[in-house]
Design a protein. Structure first.
Length: 265
């Protein structure tokens, strides 16, 4: 499922009360239910809980077949406060890869780590920042495994700090005639890899320079976004790009799942 070959270009008593007390109780009940419902939705949309929603894994796994590419990967993304110093960022989609299997999609080390989860389908797109100097590929790997398998994968990433390993950087998607045309493996600068546990999906990003510049020491986004960092990826905001785009695509995916599962289509 993951050959080692290089890669190509949503969630009693009977006592009678007076009308005022009854109305007040009703309001409290409604508010209480609303708060509980909002909290549950918030957990699903932000991923703060280890519990998956009622949505079935198999149903979630097939959503990519029915959702327009512009919904999965919006033409533009806005990141208020997502840049260095909490500056606003804006990214424009410059390329979308045809949906594919995972053949040739990852370096051997990352392919080996992800292989137990299997590969149902891989979706990828590349975004450029407003200056056109930074480009970021974002991927959604829809796995074949179940909830137990996704938890195991996430636990391994957490326990072994796999997201920090440079040999587990994802590969970029470049497209001719775009700002990402020169975004190859050597241009990889910052990245993030996120196995979800409430959906059979791995969300990842990898960012780099659009002008073909190589980066001697790539840095994971979780480190490159720290204020005291002086590395090239940190100074250029490439860690912020990798994290910001991953955040927004993941949030969008959760919204899609929340709306799309459990409904007749």
């Amino acid at each position: 499922m993951y050959p080692d070959a290089p890669a190509a270009a949503p969630e009693p008593g009977r006592r009678v009360r007076g009308p005022v007390r009854t109305a007040a109780a009703a309001v409290c009940l409604v508010l209480g239910l609303g708060l509980l419902g909002g909290a549950a939705a918030g957990v699903w949309l932000t991923g703060d809980s280890g519990e998956r929603p009622a949505a079935d894994y198999a149903e979630t796994r097939s959503l990519w077949r029915e959702i327009p590419v512009d919904t999965i990967f919006p033409r533009s993304l806005r990141g208020r406060g997502a840049g260095p110093g909490r500056a606003d960022r804006r990214w424009t989609r410059v390329a979308v890869a045809p949906d594919a299997d995972c053949r040739n999609a990852f370096d051997p080390s990352l392919a080996g780590v992800l292989s137990p989860a299997g590969c149902e389908r891989l979706l990828r797109a590349t975004y450029a920042d407003e200056t056109g100097s930074g480009v970021t590929t974002v991927g959604l790997l829809f796995t074949e495994t179940d909830e137990k398998g996704m938890r195991a994968l996430r636990e391994r990433f957490d326990e072994e700090d796999l997201e920090l390993r440079a040999d587990l950087m994802p590969r970029p998607y470049a497209a001719r005639g775009t700002a990402a045309a020169r975004f190859g493996d050597a241009q990889r600068a910052s990245w993030t890899v996120r196995p979800l546990t409430d959906a059979p999906v791995v969300v990842y990003t990898v960012s780099g320079f659009a002008d073909g510049r190589t980066v001697g020491e790539p840095q994971p986004a979780s480190e490159a976004v720290l204020e005291d960092q002086t590395t090239a990826p940190a100074q250029a905001g490439l860690g912020h790009d990798a994290r910001g785009i991953a955040d927004r695509i993941e949030r969008g995916l959760r919204h899609i799942v929340a709306q799309g599962t459990g409904q007749d289509r």
